[in-house]
Write a protein that binds this ligand. Structure first.
Ligand SMILES: Cc1cc2nc3c(=O)[nH]c(=O)nc-3n(C[C@H](O)[C@H](O)[C@H](O)COP(=O)(O)OP(=O)(O)OC[C@H]3O[C@@H](n4cnc5c(N)ncnc54)[C@H](O)[C@@H]3O)c2cc1C
Length: 376
């Protein structure tokens, strides 16, 4: 099981080797941080990682690759503030090459015939985490080779990821299929062999890049099916037997009228730590209906919440909570998925809080951020 103790998680930041990272990050065996599950769950922030690198004495040019990747995350979050419906809405273009709204059975069964990718799918199922390059490969296989709509692929991967994040996930899927970019991303077998260390030849991807535009859907990917996922509410019922997850009607009313409202995107143990409030983690049932998550991810969320003393866990909607606690005030951290939440909204941490407006390209955003690099 992945680490969930806050002190041990925080200590991982100091182990990052940004120099090796810059040289190896694209390889599946590369020196990446694997901190995304904690960043996505709001336990640590991109800002804290960036600050720690500077405090360790690295110069900006030595950490630029990592700083840029961290900034990709912030960029996607800013984009999600601008397009909160991006799980349904194409951000830049409407792709016209999809033939199915389902998902290839071979992909679901890790039986695509591309060994490195099948291993990647198995790894996702076993651990809930895969490398960025593997995510790109699987996404391109689904959207641009099997020609299935990005939405079914995005929901499939998101369901399994411990770091599931609407902005990073759906915008990356859109980028791969050309909905959030101007061309489709493809990788051939040679590229996959280079970055995964595999040596496979004579597969349907063992072609020159020119061959992709006229490629028909490979036979092995043709059979598709509708994506089926266990509803998160069923996982809640299962975990309720051992973890104390309340339904709104079970909440006790007490004298503390101010509530710090945590979400699965904000499990930051340092947030307003010295203050006295009632602390409630709201597992937003509407959000999980829109975008279901796996039992393992839910268990991960519950384990992380244990770092927050006295936290109560509730499965329901914000409206349910308001109805149950009508004379209470709510304080929460801003997040674009928290539709209809009202009260005092704290900002999240940003590496470059000054650059808050939506920019249509990452490099446009990065250029604006570069001005503030001097402050580091
Ligand atoms: C199809 C697809 C789906 C993705 N889905 C998600 C998702 O649901 N949740 C998620 O957190 N990331 C997602 N990513 C982005 C990226 O793959 C992961 O954040 C990264 O692989 C996490 O590994 P790491 O922590 O070792 O990253 P590192 O390379 O060590 O980078 C450090 C941190 O920077 C951020 N980061 C790095 N690369 C990216 C990137 N390309 N985009 C956004 N943030 C980045 C992450 O917070 C990461 O923890 C997706 C990428 C693709 C291509």
């Amino acid at each position: 099981m992945i680490e969930t103790n806050y002190e041990k998680i925080f200590a991982k930041i100091a182990n990052i080797d940004p120099i090796k990272y810059g040289k190896t990050r694209n390889f599946l065996w590369g020196n990446v941080s694997q901190l995304s599950p904690y960043v996505a769950r709001g336990v640590i922030s991109t800002k804290e990682i960036a600050n720690s690198l500077i405090e360790r004495g690295f110069k900006v040019y030595q950490i630029e690759r990592l700083l840029q990747q961290l900034t990709w995350r912030d960029y996607f979050q800013r984009t999600a503030q601008r397009f909160p419906d991006l799980s349904n809405q194409n951000v830049k273009n409407d792709p016209h090459h999809f033939k199915s709204t389902g998902i290839s059975t071979a992909l679901l069964q890790a039986d695509t015939g591309i060994d490195a990718l099948d291993e990647g799918i198995e790894h996702l199922y076993e651990t809930g985490w895969i490398h960025n390059h593997m995510r790109m490969y699987l996404s391109m296989l689904h959207t641009n080779i099997a020609r299935c709509d990005w939405r079914s692929g995005a929901r499939w991967m998101y369901y399994h990821l411990l770091d599931a994040d609407m902005a990073s996930n759906d915008l990356s899927w859109q980028w791969v299929c050309g909905a959030n970019s101007h061309k489709q991303y493809v990788a051939n077998q040679e590229n996959i062999n280079k970055y995964s260390g595999s040596k496979q030849v004579r597969t349907f991807l063992d072609v020159e890049y020119e061959a992709f535009s006229g490629m028909t859907i490979p036979d092995i990917l043709r059979e598709t099916e509708a994506l089926k996922m266990t509803p998160t509410s069923a996982s809640v019922l299962e975990l309720r037997e051992t973890d104390s997850i309340l339904f709104p009607e079970e909440i006790q009313v007490n004298d503390t009228k101010s509530v710090l409202l945590y979400s699965w995107n904000n499990l930051d143990p340092k947030w307003r730590r010295e203050e006295t409030h009632r602390r409630i983690l709201l597992l937003d049932s509407e959000e999980f209906e829109r975008r279901p998550i796996s039992l393992r991810t839910l268990e991960f969320v519950l384990a992380l919440s244990k770092n927050i003393g006295g936290i109560e866990i509730v499965f329901g909607t914000f409206k349910d909570l308001q109805e149950k606690l009508p004379d209470h005030s709510f304080i929460y951290k801003e997040h674009p998925t928290q539709l209809g939440w009202t009260g005092t909204e704290d900002s999240r941490d940003w590496i470059f809080p000054e650059v808050s407006q939506y920019t249509s390209s990452f490099f446009g955003y990065w250029k604006k951020c570069e001005k503030y690099l001097k402050q580091f």
